[in-house]
Design a protein around this ligand. Structure first.
Ligand code: ATP
Length: 492
């Protein structure tokens, strides 16, 4: 009997322990050895003597750790919260294996009252919400919860699911603080009331089989960090979506912080840039470090590229001193990063020197993947509902908005032109409209005097009208790298 009841009604464990203090819980089969501490003598919580009770929390939902820093917990686990850090709390589990780690702050609740940490107690849930919760999976026949009464302050209601229907029962408080559903049947606390109606369930129309399971809130992913971890240094630049600052992460790691003016950015644009940044990892792509998306302004934190964007760099004093070999190295690095995007079937849509960042030792990385639209008016011209960087754009994009990896290849050809002219604007003196017309009529940019003929042949291949005839990034990388090796060997 005891074993059966313990198993079926495991949510009443502490009550069963009081009732049968000298036996081992049915959940834990006896191992055949003597347990020196009888279950009933073990407090439900084992508060650390130096801990204020206000730091005792209970897990509201199951949470599976995604990194070594995080702590997996099951709903109902008792925790001691050591510190609150933005969206997360650092907690120590008090039951089972005592381990330490981070848990989303919205996954835990402070234990304040007798009932508040019980799995069946749903604070702040009204009648309708209780009904919805109990009727949605994984809840089933026999799921129940206790909530605060909406009409009578200080009293409670029991909501219980009976197949497809939910019934509600007022739990009144007597003058002596006792609780009752039926007059004359009073209990000193909620646990005992529930135990009684678990056995005598006909009164509440359905057996009380398991406490209701709440809806699990979404967990912010591991990229999310509190804004307080970042300090801003100096402003590096400004783009359509906001300013970019050099800063420090935890006063140690130099980073670039893009501060997004949320009002100017559609949520979906932001999400798309972030999703791409999170998913893609390659040494020729700007690496995302963290995101602060709780509250405003939004921060996108990436690795710092000290020399800024390639367009400005090429025309700087240092950039103008670069040799042909250096310029070919830049072309190879960008082709390498684009080959990775090609393998991932990601279309950049805005490949241009302004979106390549330069670091120490002439390392180049692709930035702004996924953000093609909406940008500056002098470069991006409106046609239909979107704006496009006309002078970098393939004719099929200008005409029909058909973006593809092959339209990125066209833009790469323009980027080569920028590189081998040390940052000159393409089609200088022509308007966007004239550029489109000329391109359609077959006009192509002439070979810059500083550009080796074999590189110019590659540009022309990128600008083939027929997309099928344009090379892949893989082919471009192979060709450029072999030119680089040859030039390099001829110089050494
Ligand atoms: P838009 O966002 O309008 O496409 P953009 O790419 O120039 O334009 P941002 O990405 O906001 O705009 O960057 C603005 C400028 O800040 C860049 O041109 C570059 O000079 C600098 N910058 C951006 N990211 C970094 C970084 N990770 N490291 C160093 N400088 C950066």
């Amino acid at each position: 009997m005891e074993q059966h009841v313990r198993k079926r009604l495991s949510f009443l464990t502490s009550f069963w322990n009081k009732l049968w203090p000298n036996t081992v819980s049915a959940d834990k089969p006896s191992q055949g050895y003597f347990d020196p501490a009888p279950v009933a003598l073990r407090p439900d919580l084992e508060p650390d003597p130096v801990l204020p009770s206000s730091s005792l929390f209970s897990a509201l939902y199951d949470f599976r750790a995604r990194s070594a820093e995080e702590l997996s917990v099951s709903r109902g686990d008792k925790l001691c919260v050591l510190k609150e850090e933005g969206e997360y709390v650092l907690a120590r589990r008090l039951s089972g294996e005592a381990t330490l780690g981070y848990i989303p702050a919205n996954y835990v609740a402070r234990i304040s009252e007798e009932t508040s940490h019980q799995l069946w107690y749903f604070s702040g849930v009204g009648r309708n919400e209780a009904q919805q919760l109990l009727l949605s999976p994984p809840n089933q026949h026999g799921s129940f919860l206790i909530r605060d009464s909406e009409s009578s302050r200080g009293e409670y209601s029991l909501s219980v699911r009976n197949h497809d229907k939910v019934s509600h029962f007022r739990i009144c408080k007597g003058p002596d603080g006792g609780l009752y559903i039926q007059k004359g049947q009073t209990f000193p606390n909620m646990e005992e009331l529930l135990t009684f109606y678990t056995v005598n369930w006909k009164v509440v129309q359905s057996p009380l089989l398991q406490p209701c399971i709440p809806k699990t809130p979404p967990v912010r992913d591991g990229w999310e960090r509190p804004r307080s971890e970042f300090t801003l240094g100096r402003k590096l630049g400004e783009g359509y979506f906001g300013e970019v600052w050099e800063g420090l992460w935890k006063n140690m790691v130099p980073v670039a912080i893009k501060i997004i003016k949320q009002a100017d950015m559609k949520a979906e644009d932001f999400t798309k840039e972030i999703q791409n940044l999170k998913r893609l990892k390659h040494e020729r792509l700007i690496q995302l470090h963290a995101v602060c998306s709780v509250g405003e302004p939004l921060y996108i934190v990436t690795e710092l590229m000290r020399k800024g964007n390639l367009q400005n760099y090429l025309s700087s004093l240092e950039g103008r001193a670069l040799s042909t070999l250096h310029l070919i190295s830049i072309a190879c690095q960008v082709a390498d990063g684009m080959t990775y995007l090609e393998e991932q079937h990601i279309v950049h849509r805005d490949l241009a020197a302004r979106n390549i960042l330069v670091g120490d030792n002439l390392t180049c990385k692709i930035a702004d993947f996924g953000l093609a639209r909406l940008l500056k008016d002098d470069i991006y011209s409106t046609s239909g509902s979107t704006k496009i960087p006309v002078k970098w754009t393939a004719p099929e994009v200008a005409n029909y908005r058909t973006y593809s990896l092959k339209s990125d290849v066209w833009s790469y050809g323009i980027l080569l032109y920028e590189v081998f002219t040390h940052g000159q604007t393409p089609y200088e003196g022509m308007t966007n409209q004239e550029t489109i017309q000329q391109i359609i009529m077959g006009y192509r940019l002439p070979r810059p005097s500083t550009c080796p003929p074999e590189i110019y042949i590659i540009m022309l291949e990128c600008w083939k009208g027929n997309t099928e005839e344009r090379p892949t990034f893989l082919a471009l990388r192979e060709k450029l790298c072999s030119i680089y090796r040859r030039v390099h060997n001829s110089l050494s």
